[in-house]
Design a protein around this ligand. Structure first.
Ligand SMILES: *[C@@H]1O[C@H](CO)[C@@H](O)[C@H](O)[C@H]1NC(C)=O
Ligand SMILES: *[C@@H]1O[C@H](CO)[C@@H](O)[C@H](O)[C@H]1NC(C)=O
Ligand SMILES: *[C@@H]1O[C@H](CO)[C@@H](O)[C@H](O)[C@H]1NC(C)=O
Ligand SMILES: *[C@@H]1O[C@H](CO)[C@@H](O)[C@H](O)[C@H]1NC(C)=O
Ligand SMILES: *[C@@H]1O[C@H](CO)[C@@H](O)[C@H](O)[C@H]1NC(C)=O
Ligand SMILES: *[C@@H]1O[C@H](CO)[C@@H](O)[C@H](O)[C@H]1NC(C)=O
Ligand SMILES: *[C@@H]1O[C@H](CO)[C@@H](O)[C@H](O)[C@H]1NC(C)=O
Ligand SMILES: *[C@@H]1O[C@H](CO)[C@@H](O)[C@H](O)[C@H]1NC(C)=O
Ligand SMILES: *[C@@H]1O[C@H](CO)[C@@H](O)[C@H](O)[C@H]1NC(C)=O
Length: 729
């Protein structure tokens, strides 16, 4: 989750609601590359082509008042749009089996979201797409609307279950699959991987260093630097899309951001798609998915944690500052502000991906396989030798969970690395939600339990116990759907175990294993047993106890074995997850709008200047309605920047609210009045000429005691963009 720590707020019935920080959920795809290229002796001379379909759909939800999902920061509600969010679907069929991989610009895929998507797919396609061959992975942006959860802890932190926020995501995922389904055609897949430096670093090195020395010595870095790409081409060899995996948290945008944003991974997608498609964001056939991986302990804030007040380094062990505590310790960089940091990280990932895409020659061949099971992760027992059995626990969060991370510290002065409880907070917890049972305390040791979520079921269970394990094999590439955020070393161990299992008997020689993070259901973090002992944020958020990773390795190995032995149909599906019917919502309906006297919605309050230079920011403010009144905003825009064409005497849209160059801010004032301020960061390459900015929205008014929603629009004066002073006239 959003690495945001916990904040206490006063709830409706003066119940103390503790809103927790879900730090940084991601999909982890682990790719292990084998240096040996395909053995020419075993390569069929004429490799079978796959059928490939790609699709993309806008999944942007209400950009106002809905809490952004990730940092669990109660004050961080949506107030506009920087970039739009998209679902990107990749379907591959080998004539016998079919798999669907979806990467979606979202904090994490929740169990509820997945179940709703599977139901909707069943309605549309019958039994074609199902729990076993559909894999949903989140990019882990921390700046997307929340509200798509059915477990209490997550509902608490995002104002419950928000139907208007869930529907667009469900419908967009289904639409992206539908588009992919409709454009399936013969094609080929090529794979490539390479190293990307200076775009990630470990935010809990102290935990990492607790892993055995001989294991650490096998790696030169404390995060995985590899970028793994699958290049998709049509039958003629023309590129039609790319899937890229890199392990880094999408937290370049920090918890002060209020604009809906796809963060670094989503921006990398936009950059690659704009490069290939031209046109506006979201247009064109080339689909570029940038997926999360084993990013649990990986930050994009590469200048490292510093005390915001003194500029000095934070304490290494507890990530705290002498004055101001945890909250003052922030990971920064590489840019001067969060926007520039987002752009730099996105550009790095995009450029490396493009390079690997352009040079990919190793063809992926062989048949497709998928395997899936539901597992009760709170109750796995595994013998580790003849005398000892280890087991997982009912879910619980430790004290350091409330500390958050250096990508967003908690408000309550908890520090990371706490292996002892704090009597004050333990007392509050006991009064509010009850004491953890001795059994759960023993099971999680040395974690001091803050919330024994597995023993909290009011009004609904606080955490899932039934989780999905799922994997795909696309020829020589295995994709593991990890339902949470694995740390670097956890991901390495899992990939190695799967690789070893699949290669038993000499099969799958040239195997690459990738972890797709934040897939299918959110269960916070997964650390190694050794990292768990340190109880930093990631260890405290490993909710099924110290042996969680061991259990995942066991179950993914089991799936791998079934694939290797061609016995997937014999796999026990496991216990079906619940689909709760009585979810609560704490988000009131959006109120009717007011406007200043003698104005109309869409009127300009602050006008543009007549002249700007390239590199300037043009800004205009309109009388606005609440964006929630615009309902389903997918494939629409609140903003256009338009250029006048002197030859045709018409206006052409050059940017929308999905563009990186525009920022649409919704500013809510007193008395139900609000403004929309549109900023256009005029690129250095913008052609000179005459432009205007337009804004579109809806407002609600009460007429004859009934609410009516009406559209409005406004536009700025025309203005001129001239070359910057530094370019030739
Ligand atoms: C963090 O650690 C430093 C030294 O290691 C110690 O002085 C400080 O009190 C600790 N802070 C907290 C809040 O635990
Ligand atoms: C947190 O602790 C630090 C020192 O450890 C102190 O300076 C700061 O005021 C505390 N903050 C709060 C909100 O209690
Ligand atoms: C977030 O980024 C802004 C700059 O864009 C910076 O001023 C602020 O201190 C950052 N906050 C945190 C908590 O990192
Ligand atoms: C835990 O699993 C065991 C079998 O592995 C089973 O007998 C037992 O009923 C399960 N307990 C719960 C609470 O589900
Ligand atoms: C089994 O593992 C436990 C825990 O690692 C260890 O203490 C014990 O000695 C082992 N027993 C055998 C027979 O290897
Ligand atoms: C938990 O353990 C403590 C100390 O070992 C004991 O006093 C207490 O009765 C136990 N509680 C329960 C519910 O068993
Ligand atoms: C609104 O317009 C009316 C008529 O033009 C004028 O009398 C009134 O003073 C205006 N009110 C404000 C607040 O400008
Ligand atoms: C636009 O076109 C008119 C004639 O059609 C011309 O006089 C004028 O200079 C043009 N303006 C620009 C900015 O090119
Ligand atoms: C809207 O813009 C006007 C004009 O700049 C300003 O006076 C007012 O405070 C703004 N309202 C809000 C809610 O930002």
């Amino acid at each position: 989750m959003g690495c945001g720590g916990a904040s206490v707020l006063q709830g409706a019935q003066s119940v103390l609601l503790v809103s927790l920080t879900l730090t940084c959920v991601g999909l982890v795809i682990v790719v292990v590359t084998n240096n040996n290229k395909t053995d020419p002796g075993t390569t069929p001379p004429s490799p079978p082509l796959y059928l490939i379909g790609l699709g993309r759909a806008d999944c942007t939800g209400p950009p106002a008042e809905v809490p952004l999902m990730g940092y669990a920061n109660a004050g961080q509600t949506a107030a506009g749009i920087h970039t739009r969010l998209f679902s990107r679907a990749f379907i591959v069929d080998d004539g016998r089996s079919r798999i669907v991989f979806v990467s979606v610009d979202i904090g994490m895929v929740s169990q509820r979201l997945r179940l709703e998507v599977l139901r909707a797919l069943e309605q549309k396609f019958g039994s074609l797409y199902h729990r076993q061959n559909v894999l949903l992975s989140g990019t882990h942006t921390h700046s997307g609307p929340g509200g798509y959860f059915q477990y209490t802890l997550f509902m608490m932190s995002t104002k419950g279950y928000i139907k208007s926020a869930v529907q667009p995501v469900v419908q967009a995922i289904v639409k992206s699959v539908e588009l992919a389904h409709e454009n399936m055609r013969p094609g080929r897949i090529f794979r490539n991987s390479g190293k990307l430096e200076q775009s990630s670093s470990n935010r809990s090195p102290q935990s990492y260093e607790n892993n055995p020395r001989d294991e650490r010595d096998r790696f030169s870095e404390d995060t995985d630097k590899q970028v793994t790409v699958l290049k998709f081409t049509d039958g003629d060899g023309d590129g039609i899309g790319v899937l890229s995996w890199f392990a880094v948290h999408a937290v370049s945008m920090n918890y002060t951001n209020r604009l809906v944003s796809s963060d670094n991974m989503g921006l990398a997608s936009l950059m690659m798609e704009l490069d290939k498609n031209q046109g506006l964001p979201g247009e064109g056939r080339f689909v570029a998915g940038f997926s999360s991986s084993n990013l649990g302990d990986v930050t994009p804030n590469t200048r490292g944690p510093h005390c915001a007040n003194t500029g000095l380094k934070c304490d290494y062990v507890n990530s705290s500052c002498p004055v101001g505590g945890t909250k003052m310790c922030m990971g920064l960089g590489p840019g001067v502000d969060m926007f520039e940091s987002t752009r730099i990280i996105a550009e790095n990932i995009y450029k490396k991906t493009k390079e690997l895409y352009s040079t990919a020659v190793e063809e992926v061949r062989g048949s497709l396989h998928f395997a899936h099971q539901w597992i009760d992760m709170s109750n796995v027992s595994l013998p580790i030798n003849s005398t000892h059995t280890v087991r997982t626990c009912k879910p619980a969060l430790g004290h350091s969970f409330a500390a958050g991370t250096t990508d967003g510290g908690g408000d309550l002065n908890f520090t990371q690395g706490m292996v002892e409880g704090d009597p004050f907070w333990d007392g509050i917890r006991d009064d509010l939600v009850g004491q953890p049972s001795n059994e759960t305390q023993d099971c999680h040791r040395p974690k001091p339990i803050l919330f024994s979520t597995g023993e909290m079921s009011w009004p609904l269970p606080w955490h899932p116990t039934i989780i999905d394990v799922q994997m795909f094999l696309i020829g020589s590439v295995a994709v593991l759907a990890v339902p949470g955020e694995m740390t670097t070393m956890s991901g390495r161990r899992l990939r190695a175990a799967v690789k070893q299992e699949l290669q038993v008997g000499g099969a799958f020689k040239d195997l690459e294993v990738v972890i797709a993070g934040l897939s299918n259901v959110y269960t916070h973090y997964i650390t190694t047993y050794e990292e768990y002992q340190v109880q930093r944020y990631e260890g405290a958020s490993t909710i099924y106890g110290p042996h969680t990773l061991t259990a995942y390795i066991h179950h993914f190995t089991h799936l791998s074995k079934a694939i290797r032995q061609d016995s997937v149909s014999d796999l026990d599906p496991g216990p079906e997850p619940p689909f709760f019917s009585s979810l609560f919502s704490l988000l009131p309906a959006a109120a009717a709008d007011n406007k200043p006297a003698n104005t109309s919605f869409g009127d300009v309050l602050d006008q543009v200047y007549p002249l700007y230079r390239q590199g300037d920011v043009a800004s205009v403010t309109f009388v606005a309605g609440n964006p929630r009144h615009s309902g389903d905003i997918r494939d629409k825009t609140f903003v256009t920047v338009e250029k006048f064409d002197n030859n045709t005497q018409t206006w052409t849209v050059v940017h929308t609210d999905a563009s990186w160059e525009t920022r649409f801010h919704w500013l809510k004032g007193a008395d139900r009045q609000s403004n929309a301020t549109v900023e256009w960061f005029i690129p250095h390459g913008a052609p000179s000429g005459v432009y205007r900015i337009r804004h579109f929205g809806h407002y609600k008014e009460i007429k004859n005691f009934r609410p009516v929603i009406l559209p409005y629009e406004g536009q700025s004066h025309h203005f001129t963009v001239a070359p910057s002073y530094y370019s030739a006239p």
